[in-house]
Design a protein around this ligand. Structure first.
Ligand code: HEC
Length: 199
């Protein structure tokens, strides 16, 4: 009996030590990726994300550079980017989150309730998409570039049905003209904007 308690205690100590060293390893991570002014952190663990990791490309567009510096998503009301975002969301996200991000296997993304309040900001949404969250919500940095993530984020924000006052991703001017998605709305292939049609 006594032996068992001792072994249990030793195992506990070993675990505590292991956890402590994981914590230290997280702290030892570089404060930021090579090109970012903002430090993106894993939504669940808080560990710094290395934005250079994952699917190649889509890191040197003006929009990604601006986003990594300021957290402002230049694609938010750009029709050409919304068109792409719709299609990327349909392929990568809607199976779990629903066609209109109304929620399915994963939570709804079109209202003002967030499991992780950081997702109220586009920087939080980016971190969740890039690094994942719990369970089925895996990281998506292997199948989407940062530029594509900004397009997906623009689309999610376009599907938003909550009060406009809570839409912190819009500036005062954008709030005035914000019109949420209407079922059946489409964006033509030749829509003018910053994003080229997807291949
Ligand atoms: C295989 C199913 C699956 C796929 C595919 C998926 N998700 Fe998720 N997602 C989930 C689940 C389940 C959760 C809840 C996880 C949690 O609470 O930690 C979640 C959570 C989230 C959250 C956090 C929501 C909140 O309330 O804070 C965001 C944001 C999100 N997903 C965005 C996306 C985007 C964008 C995509 C596509 C690039 C995507 N997800 C693809 C299943 C999925």
């Amino acid at each position: 009996m006594m032996m068992q308690t001792r072994t249990g205690l030793a195992a506990c100590l070993a675990l505590a030590l292991a956890l402590a060293s994981v914590g230290l390893a997280a702290l030892a991570q570089p404060a930021s990726g090579p090109q970012s002014g903002i430090v993106f952190r894993n939504t669940v663990t808080g560990e710094a994300l290395d934005t250079s990791q994952g699917k190649e490309g889509g890191r040197d567009t003006p929009a990604v550079k601006a986003f990594f510096e300021s957290g402002k998503n230049l694609y938010i009301d750009d029709k050409a980017c919304l068109r792409n975002g719709e299609s990327l969301f349909a392929t990568s996200c809607s199976g779990c989150h629903g066609h209109l991000a109304e929620g399915k296997l994963g939570p709804g993304l079109n209202d003002n309730y967030w499991t992780y309040p950081a997702n109220t900001e586009d920087t939080g949404l980016f971190s969740t998409i890039f690094g994942g969250a719990n369970g089925m919500m895996g990281p998506h940095n292997e199948n989407l570039t940062p530029d594509e993530m900004l397009q997906v984020i623009a689309w999610i924000r376009h599907l938003y049905t909550g009060p406009v006052k809570d839409a912190v991703w819009l500036d005062a001017e954008q709030k005035k003209t914000y019109r949420p998605y209407r079922e059946g709305e489409t964006f033509p292939r030749d829509a003018k904007g910053q994003c080229k049609p997807l291949e």
